[in-house]
Design a protein around this ligand. Sequence first.
Ligand SMILES: O=C[C@H](O)[C@H](O)[C@H](O)COP(=O)(O)O
Length: 305
Amino acid sequence: MHSSRFLFPRILSFFTMPLPTPLSPVSPVSQIRPVTVLSRIGQPTKLVSPITDTNLSVLEKSKQLAAWTAVDQHVKPEHRVIGIGSGSTVPYVVERIVQLGAEANQERVFIPTGFQSKELIVSSGLNLGDVDQFPTIDVTLDGADEVDRELNCIKGGGACHLREKVLAEAANTFILVADYRKNVEFLGTNFASGIPIEVVPFAYAKVLQNIHHHLGCPKASLRMAVKKAGPVVTDNGNFVIDAPYDQETMKTPYTIMAQIKMLTGVVEVGVFCHMAKAAYFGNADGTVTIKWNDGRVEEVAAAQT
Ligand SMILES: O=C[C@H](O)[C@H](O)[C@H](O)COP(=O)(O)O
């Protein structure tokens, strides 16, 4: 048993021990300043390509060439903030960015449009950021469900269109990558399931009723999940309505987009009007078609293999 005679010097030495140097205090209300390089703790130091399949079909190769050409033409060495969209062509975008090398990418931050692109960014070893840190983006590259002759497009087949539209609007340059089935004269030609509409769950029945009875789309329906009972729930916790409009309505996409957006309970509409600078389509024969927002159309020869 200790007597106080032995305990006292110990307590004294504890109080005289030097304290660790305090970190400089950081106010939680100080001005938010974007960081240029995010923490890479736990991240691979080497960049890793998301494409491991070396046996791509001709169509997949053409999507790859479309994505690579888009990256080569629009991701400039001075770009620091890059938006990464969603869809089946986007992994080839990330593949090309990874090929630019660790040095070219170390000062860059990549902003995802949803779970898929976040996974792509993180697993490739690229720096992850968010649009609330970086509300101005140098270039966003994204997929599409359909793109018309004026580069209006339908997006949201994967229920990502809310974040995608935010990143498209935040970008100085917005670029689409897809395959030839998405390259149409008028929206709604091949993509028959309709305009994707993100709605707050509480309001979905009322929005659906309004679309059926007041906005001329009796076949609009709530998107149901495949391997889950009940509706699809977006990355934002909302539901999605798909509204298949007739071709006459889809010839003026801005009008119908604005009417749907005015409905209370609608969060975002998967129609993007006059936002893209160019769209890159991989063709069935391996070539790539580039449509520019000034009406120019260019062809890129198939890759030699
Ligand atoms: O919500 C999903 C996005 O808008 C996609 O970019 C779009 O659905 C195209 O995806 P995919 O290339 O897989 O057809």
